[in-house]
Design a protein around this ligand. Structure first.
Ligand code: EPZ
Length: 426
């Protein structure tokens, strides 16, 4: 395994290019299974999760190649409809091939993604929707097995019991080729879901996003868009680096991100004392932090609320802010594990259930810490950048799932960081 060795504290000053959104690319890659012809998708980040989805598409029979952020796929008529456990276990988002395979071939057998560190991560809503389209769906021997009726999938009026991002995405991809109209109520409208919808519409899907529902008119087939489709910027990567600049009281300019999709987070950053300038046309956000951040409480919520994928990073910020703040996690049942690792670095945090009370300290101190999930690992890297001494962040395979070239980007900002082989876990 590998670890990151980070000398702190650092002072950031510089600019970085934000990658395409991982959580928009993954559903769009799955959606290429629905499309006839060669599809070209740009701004696809070089990440382990992207490689996992690429491997899955190829295993299903797709022609797919990826180079310099450009992904080209071509799905022949006969594709396999069985997504193996070996591939699905590598990444939960593999469940996103369920909808497209069922819609395109009338059959899908996808390994159930297990839970993960942050929660049980059930897929009951995904299954409930496929059944509502008329599919026969059973879960057996660790697989979801779905079979469309002879007459084909039939559109439906469906209300999600919980707002689920990939559940909504799977539903959209299953409904776009179903007969008739589908209405998705209580659906997710995260920017990454809207980016998937934009991609599908560019392939000829008929989808409308209203205030409180998504309406889909089934079509007989989808064809590749004439031009390259460009994925939106990754708001979680951008938010992570902006929070880091606040923690080290530095300055940063992030390029390739629409400021509007981070509006609520930017407002909270201003409340904490950050000076922020945005340019929607240029797709840039500039931040300067001249003094110690002031403590600001957050409560995670679905878009446009505070994103759960920035909660761990905000907890690191709270750990060095002036005053006391309350961090509340409402999306996942176990997304506070980074708190223990931050406490090893001197953070004053009291966790009770899904709430963490944080009393800011002037400086954190370096320590060997261990990442538990993708965003927790990012929060530990940020803490290491402002801690005094040398921090070892272990199990960084988590971070490589969602942050391309993190040591290159941080070095460019002025951080003393190296990746090395981890001989043993301390
Ligand atoms: C997506 O996961 C993201 N992953 C997650 O990002 C993100 O944290 C999450 O949405 C919330 O925004 C991708 O897009 C690939 P959910 P997803 O279904 O879709 C419950 C990262 O860091 N639920 O919106 O799996 C569930 O237990 C990752 O990039 C059901 O009960 O999350 C959770 O409490 C981590 N039944 C809540 O809904 C279901 O059928 C939201 O989960 C589905 C979900």
């Amino acid at each position: 395994m590998q670890q990151l060795v980070i000398q702190g504290p650092s002072k950031w000053d510089g600019e970085i290019q934000i990658e395409g959104a991982k959580n928009a690319c993954l559903p769009i890659m799955a959606a290429t299974l629905l499309v006839q012809g060669e599809v070209r998708i740009n701004n696809v980040p070089s990440l382990c999760d992207i490689q996992s989805m690429l491997a899955l598409l190829k295993d299903l029979g797709a022609q797919a190649k990826y180079k310099d952020k450009l992904l080209v796929t071509n799905i022949e008529q006969d594709i396999c409809s069985v997504a193996s456990y070996d591939l699905v276990k590598k990444m939960r988002a593999s469940i996103l091939v369920l909808g497209p395979l069922l819609a395109r071939t009338g059959f899908a057998k996808v390994s159930l993604p297990g839970g993960c560190a942050i929660g049980a991560r059930p897929v009951d809503q995904h299954i409930k929707f496929m059944k509502a389209l008329g599919a026969d769906v059973v879960v057996s021997e660790g697989f979801v097995v779905a079979k469309a009726p002879e007459a084909g999938l039939q559109g439906c009026d469906f209300h999600f019991d919980v707002i689920t991002v990939t559940g909504t995405e799977n539903a959209i991809m299953a409904a776009v080729l179903a007969r008739g109209k589908s209405i998705l109520r209580n659906a997710s409208t995260e920017p990454e879901v809207l980016c998937l919808i934009e991609f599908l519409v560019s392939c000829g899907a008929k989808i409308k996003v209203a205030e409180s529902f998504i309406e889909i008119e089934g079509v007989s087939s989808l064809t590749a868009p004439r031009s390259v489709f460009t994925v939106i910027g990754d708001r979680m990567e951008a938010g992570t680096y902006l929070i880091g600049a606040m923690m080290v009281r530095g300055s940063i300019k992030v390029r390739g991100i629409q400021p509007g999709i981070l509006e609520h987070v930017l407002d909270l950053m201003r409340q904490a004392g950050a000076e922020i300038k945005v340019d929607e046309d240029e797709k840039t956000i500039s931040l300067v932090m001249k003094r110690r951040p002031k403590a600001v409480s957050i409560c995670t919520n679905v878009y446009p609320g505070f994103p759960t994928d920035l909660q761990a990073q905000w907890m690191s910020l709270a750990a060095v802010s002036e005053g006391e703040s309350l961090i509340t996690e409402t999306i996942f049942e176990n997304r506070m594990m980074h708190a223990c690792e931050l406490m090893r670095m001197g953070a004053q945090i009291e966790v009770q259930g899904n709430k963490a009370r944080v009393r800011g300290v002037e400086f954190l101190t370096a320590a060997p810490v261990m990442a538990s999930d993708l965003r927790a690992s990012a929060s530990l890297v940020l803490a290491a950048c402002c801690a005094i001494g040398e921090t070892l962040v272990q199990r960084i395979y988590h971070i490589d799932r969602g942050y391309a070239d993190i040591e290159g980007k941080l070095s460019k900002l002025g951080v003393n960081i190296v990746r090395q082989l981890q001989l043993m876990e301390v």
